[in-house]
Design a binder for this molecule. Sequence first.
Ligand code: TSJ
Length: 640
Amino acid sequence: MAKKDNYGAEQISVLEGLEAVRKRPGMYIGSTSRKGLNHCIYEIVDNSVDEHLAGYCDTVYVTLEKDGSCTVEDNGRGVPVDMHAKGVAAARIVFSTLHAGGKFGDGAYKTSGGLHGVGSSAVNALSTYFDVEISKDGYIHHDRYEQGRPVVKLEKGLLPKIGKTKKTGTKINFLPDPTIFEKTKFKADEIQSRMHETAYLNPGITIIFRDLRGEEPEEIVYHEPEGIVGFVKGINKNKEVLHDVVSFSGESDGIQVEVAFQFCNEFHEDILGFCNNIYNSEGGSHITGFKTQFTTVINSYARELGILKEKDANFTGTDVRNGMTAIISVKHPDPRFEGQTKTKLDNQDAAKATAKITGDKIQLYFDRNVEVLKKVISCAERAAKIRKTEEKTKTNLLQKQKYSFDTNGKLANCESRDAKKCEIFIVEGDSAGGSAKTARNRMYQAILPIRGKILNVEKASIDKVLANAEIKTMINAFGCGFSEGYGNDFDISKLRYDKIIIMADADVDGAHISTLLLTLFYRFMPELIYEGHVYIAMPPLYKAMPKKGEEEYLYDDEALEKYRKTHDGPYTLQRYKGLGEMDAEQLWETTLDPKRRILKRVEIEDGRMASDVTEMLMGNDVPPRKAFIYKNARDAELDI
Ligand code: TSJ
């Protein structure tokens, strides 16, 4: 580009750049759903994390403000404010040019991995306002944008100073534009878990999260000096662990590798991969490298120790990871991503480096800690034994399934076979199930009553799961089979119902049953959730019957509060203790009728949410579990 660029023309092209972001926001921020909304915060916070990695920032404040905006403030050097070559303050260029961020970097690892690493300018473009205060060189420098357009006049090309300060740092306050985003209320628990994760991955950082939106302001400090070792401990907090966390790190071929793992008394694995501090929900080469090497090492030790005899087959990868929780974190100078959501690490050298570090370090460790090694191998033995039983059970079940649609006759199926129009309600309790069968639209609504608590699949092996009558009936009814571990027999195109609706009482037990069902779906039929087929019915909590005027169903305590405030005259209030208390007509009016009911669609941020939720809900200490269920129920996204 020519040096004597016309300033006006350049500004126009900048605006056109940000206008492109506003036209196709999904391309830049992933989506305009709540996921994209929260992502704006991560995009901004990642800049402070970069500053931390460069060695200049140790504290980040993330605040959800009362007006719905978010403030991120760090104590780094402050975005450069000096004159850039184009005659404009460097900061102005950072915030108004797409992908400009990297140009000012000093070659350290960029956290921005994957599709969404588009930086602050995209967030700016998608914000009603984006306010900037940079503390640097003794002054606070101010800049501000509205829908991506600067509204602060530069003074000789530089940002105006609005005060003096001895500190340094960057503070951004932005409000996502409601004309762009479908949802504009930040979801605190998702942001909290991301901030916690960032703290685990960056042991030197302190993140102070504040939520000022509620009546009681909330503050959580995330500081995890133990790093990924603490991360593994955190995940396993409520589990029966079999040994101390094992961790190692190293560098190979310019790639830094850090691993931490711990086995616990469970029947599944939980392995999370990160590249340059970004979570890889689809896994990738680093995970593959670790898994392959781990399998090789365990098999060779098992033979050395005589646990596997010459005639025995090797343990499978799934066997040796039975009960494992692991974090694999790599730093790569040039990460590439593939997969449906561009979150799968693709660099083959990362597989090689992870395998090499794992091979070297894990042997050193096991040679010195044979008792841990023996525990790990006994997990693998147990898994192999179960696998062999399962393979038999599963063949039997699948054969049976071919011939029978409904094995125990409890399902009241609908008449239509047009899956797009059909719904199945999974109803807790026989009495509610009975009312629902009477109340339903027989053409399109199927009812499947289930009794009491279903099996907690987190703590059961697959043969137990498949032997459970309730679960068998559901698998048969849905029609798409299931997937787990060995081979995938799940086929969503065979799904017989567009909506799978969980209908449980609006109390703690009901929430627990819903969670057990969600855990089941998540583990064996995750596509049902990913593709948005799973819903939770919201039966009303109250019926308000005024002396004058219409009766009204109230679905939560907030609705009741509102009703109290807006109705003067006398009214009686009926409180429903459970679904069983409603007659068929009431059940139809409130919970079954597609025109009037409220359904909550079950959404998963990126596959991790569910295991977090599950861990919290399935843990052994009950009080936080209850708190979580209620909190979650209040925050629920309603899909009416
Ligand atoms: F997103 C953002 F750009 F708006 C943003 C940037 C938001 C927040 C909360 C912090 C930051 C940020 C940027 N914090 N720290 C920095 N650091 C720099 O931009 C910086 C400072 C000095 C130098 C240097 O070479 O002197 C280089 C850089 C990249």
